[in-house]
Structure formats: structure tokens, C-alpha cells
Design a protein around this ligand. Structure first.
Ligand SMILES: N[C@@H](CCC(=O)N[C@@H](CS)C(=O)NCC(=O)O)C(=O)O
Length: 246
């Protein structure tokens, strides 16, 4: 199975964590979406990561990929068995992808990293402040009502909904955000518990190699860290604007 997309993307991390839970090997072309060539656009019509390639199957969108993984490799399910619980897990996945994605990625990570580094633009400080002061506290209040005091959402083993939620907090940490454990104790403990699981911890050295190096040295640093890189890359040197960019 081949994954296209950077180790630092929360949606790529979600897919990799699900592959890890299922014990499935992968190869990766760890590009950022703004540096994808024509072939990337053919495979990912919205110029977004992750993309999964398996034989002649091409899938984009992390939720579609994870649903396919669970259908095709059912041995260690990512979703609970009961229909009502499955539906709740899907809701929390959708909520994370949409709302936490908007806050952590577009409100913080994109503002602090991508705008200055990729586009040479200033961070929108008003948006960052609104995300930190209004957006995230509102969602942490909601998560505090949803998350369990111990274990994971649907039992003692980590599943798709846990992974989908927790992945965004790793990106939060990259921009200096930590959950205030005095105000949101369940959420803070859940995030620490989930991110300490092997399915997240296993990729940390690759994320650090990706973050610590510039594009020129990145491939070498990832190989040195043991990342299973593809022989070919769909990466380019010149960035291109996304299709759905704000
Ligand atoms: N709903 C998609 C969202 C994927 C997504 O937004 N990925 C970001 C990287 S973290 C991306 O490719 N952004 C580029 C863009 O939107 O132009 C999924 O779950 O895979």
C-alpha cells in the first residue's frame, strides 16, 4: 500500500495510525499538498493529502481510506460492532475532521507555518487569537462531555474515533497548544493516553525528521530515521495553491 502525504498532516497520521493498528505495512511519498505535481492532481482531484494507492485502487480522503481499510482488512476492527455505537464513532470522526481540522489546521497550523513558509505571507493573528480564545475552548467544552474517564471511546482498545480526534492535538502541540488539564481534565488525559499509544508513537521520529529539515534534506533525514519511502516522488519545487483554499 502506498500513502501520499506528509507525516505531519493530521489526516495522513490518522490513516497511518489505522494501518499500524491493523498491522499493515505501507510505503510513503511524504509530500506536502502544495508541492504536488500533475500526477498528484490526477490522483487527488482536490490536491489534498492523504491519498492511498493499492493495486489499481486510488482513494483520497482519510475517512474513505479508513472505511476501506476496515472493510478490506476486518481482523482488527476500527469501529465498534453495535450500529448505534458505529454511528456515534462516525459522527466523532466527522466532527474531528471538519471542526477540529478547521481550528487546528486552518486556524493555527496553516497560519503559523504554511502562510509564512510556503507563501511568504503574514500570519493572520486575529484568526489565531479567535481560534485560541473562542473556537478551541468551545470544542473542548464539548469533548469534555464526550470522552471517557479512562480507556478509549468504545472500550479498552484505541479505535478510529479516538484516532481521528487525537491526531489534531499532535498538530496543536507543534504550534505550542496544550489542553489546560485544570479546565478540561478528561480531554487532557484522553489526548495524552491516545498519543502515547504505539499507533501514534511509532511515527513520531518521522514527524520530527520531517519538521526539523528543509525540503532539500528531508528525504535523506527520513530515510536515516527508517521511514519506508517510495522510490519515486510526486513532489515539485514550486508551490501551487490548493483547490479549496481560503
Ligand atoms: N477531508 C480530507 C481533508 C484532507 C486535508 O484537508 N488535508 C490537508 C493537509 S493536512 C490538505 O491537503 N490541504 C491542502 C488543501 O486543502 O489545499 C481528509 O479527511 O482526508
Amino acid at each position: 500500500m502506498r500513502i501520499i502525504g506528509s507525516y505531519v498532516s493530521p489526516y495522513v497520521r490518522k490513516v497511518l495510525a489505522c494501518l499500524h493498528v491493523k498491522g499493515l505495512p505501507y510505503e510513503i511519498d511524504p509530500i506536502t499538498p502544495f508541492f504536488g505535481n500533475e500526477e498528484f492532481e490526477r490522483l487527488s482531484p482536490l490536491r489534498r493529502i492523504p491519498v492511498l494507492l493499492h493495486r489499481d485502487l486510488v482513494l483520497s480522503d482519510s475517512s474513505v481510506i479508513c472505511a476501506w481499510l476496515d472493510d478490506a482488512f476486518p481482523e482488527r476492527p476500527l469501529l465498534p460492532a453495535a450500529p448505534a455505537e458505529r454511528a456515534r464513532a462516525r459522527w466523532l470522526e466527522e466532527y474531528a475532521d471538519t471542526r477540529l481540522g478547521d481550528l487546528f489546521i486552518w486556524g493555527l497550523f496553516y497560519q503559523k507555518f504554511v502562510r509564512p513558509i510556503v507563501w511568504g505571507e503574514a500570519t493572520d493573528e486575529a484568526r489565531v487569537a479567535d481560534t485560541l480564545e473562542r473556537g478551541l475552548p468551545r470544542e473542548l467544552d464539548y469533548l469534555e462531555t464526550q470522552l471517557p474517564p479512562d480507556g478509549f471511546l468504545f472500550g479498552s482498545e484505541i479505535g478510529l474515533a479516538d484516532i481521528a480526534l487525537a491526531t489534531f492535538f499532535r498538530n496543536g502541540a507543534y504550534v505550542g497548544f496544550a489542553v489546560d488539564a485544570a479546565r478540561w481534565p478528561r480531554t487532557a488525559a484522553f489526548v495524552s493516553r491516545a498519543l502515547a499509544e504505539p499507533c501514534f508513537a511509532a511515527f513520531l521520529p518521522f514527524e520530527q525528521a520531517q519538521i526539523a529539515t528543509d525540503p532539500k534534506g528531508r528525504r535523506q533525514a527520513l530515510l536515516a530515521a527508517g521511514a519506508p519511502l517510495t522510490a519515486e516522488t510526486l513532489g515539485t519545487r514550486e508551490p501551487r495553491r490548493g483547490v479549496m483554499q481560503l
